[in-house]
Design a binder for this molecule. Structure first.
Ligand code: KG4
Ligand code: ZN
Length: 332
């Protein structure tokens, strides 16, 4: 079964073709660099960029997969959560293709897409598992009872993990988006240079990152220019350690308390090298299996949307063409 996926929820225009929820035939991703000059995504600019690129990206996805539209069995597009203008571009385009061709359509939750990146790559994963979704907009610890049946164990009270990376990167003059830059810089730094606060909170699976971001900003403000330059990598590594150690600690605790053998991470922050290493170390210590997507499936992409569409279609059948974009769509 061939599924065409379309993703435009934020600042990546992406189209992909996957086969039987397992094999990626193409996954074309165009990232909008225009936002870096504004230090964040400007929704109206993002919508206009999606309009310019959606057709060539879709055509490239089909040609790289060597398939024609008539061979596609299902069209899946992100319907939320995300920015309403950008969402509407991909969703409307996908619905138009479906209407004109008669190919069934399905609207996909972007967060279900992120967690489905692991199903796409790791068929051996227990259907009942624990997943940590960490992106620019979300931080969620979710018990997946089976595909489509989710219990939200905890989420962030304020900033998402990726947002904290981006804000700290901005304070450090590393540009936008800054998660990958911090990750790179941190590899030359000392994680124990400074202990930034870890918000443990009363509720075991809740997260909070805004205090940490403020603490890093205040710490940097007190340094001279020379000190800042000399310790830039150390600050990046120490900040990253504060985020990652909380993510790992709470995930580990949930896996043990819920007696779940398999744990996955997904979303842009799942690309973080330190998160992957520490999570693997800590989970293997207690006999848990740990899965994460390859880098290109962590940040926003349409292959994960096609995968979620495939699994959803198999379980619940096709969706309605009448669905609207839902900017605050939840997973449950
Ligand atoms: O999943 P994603 O592409 O978009 C959303 O759905 O939000 O995630 C983007 C986020 C950004 O905040 C970016 O800084 C972060 O993922 N990110 C990283 C890394 N690569 C991307 N954060 C930490 N380390 C990385 N290597
Ligand atoms: Zn995302």
């Amino acid at each position: 079964m061939l599924v065409l996926g379309i993703e435009t929820s934020c600042d990546e225009t992406s189209a992909a073709v996957i086969e039987d929820g397992q094999r990626i035939l193409s996954n074309i991703i165009s990232s909008q660099v225009i936002h870096s000059r504004f230090g964040g995504v400007v929704p109206e600019v993002a919508s206009r960029e999606h309009i310019k690129t959606i057709v060539p990206i879709y055509e490239q996805a089909l040609s790289e997969a060597s398939v024609r539209l008539e061979q596609i069995d299902l069209i899946a597009a992100t319907m939320g959560p995300g920015l309403v203008g950008p969402l509407l571009v991909g969703l409307t385009y996908a619905k138009g293709l479906s209407f004109a061709s008669g190919i069934p359509f399905i609207g996909v939750n972007h967060m279900e897409g992120h967690l489905a990146a692991n199903l796409l790559e790791h068929p051996e994963l227990d259907s009942h598992h624990l997943t940590l979704v960490v992106s620019g907009g979300h931080t969620m610890l979710v018990e997946v009872k089976e595909f489509g049946d989710y219990t939200l164990l905890g989420k962030t009270r304020d900033d998402a993990a990726g947002e904290a990376f981006d804000k700290v990167a901005k304070v450090m003059g590393l540009g936008y988006p800054g998660g990958a830059q911090i990750d790179r810089l941190a590899q030359q730094g000392n994680r124990e240079y400074h202990r930034f606060p870890r918000a443990v909170l009363g509720e075991p699976y809740q997260f909070s990152f805004s205090g940490l971001k403020t603490s890093v900003a205040q710490y940097i403000e007190k340094l001279s220019d020379e000190e800042f330059i000399a310790h830039k990598a150390d600050i990046a590594a120490s900040f990253q350690e504060a985020v990652v150690s909380v993510l790992v600690e709470k995930t580990l605790r949930a896996a043990q308390e819920k007696s779940l053998r398999d744990v996955t991470i997904s979303g842009g922050v799942a690309a973080n090298s330190r998160l992957r290493v520490l999570m693997a170390e800590q989970l293997s210590r207690v006999g848990k299996r740990f899965f994460f997507p390859k880098l290109s499936l962590c940040t926003d992409n349409a292959a994960m949307i096609a995968a979620a569409g495939y699994f959803r279609f198999k379980k619940f059948g096709a969706g309605e063409l009448a669905v609207d974009a839902v900017p605050y769509l939840t997973l449950e």
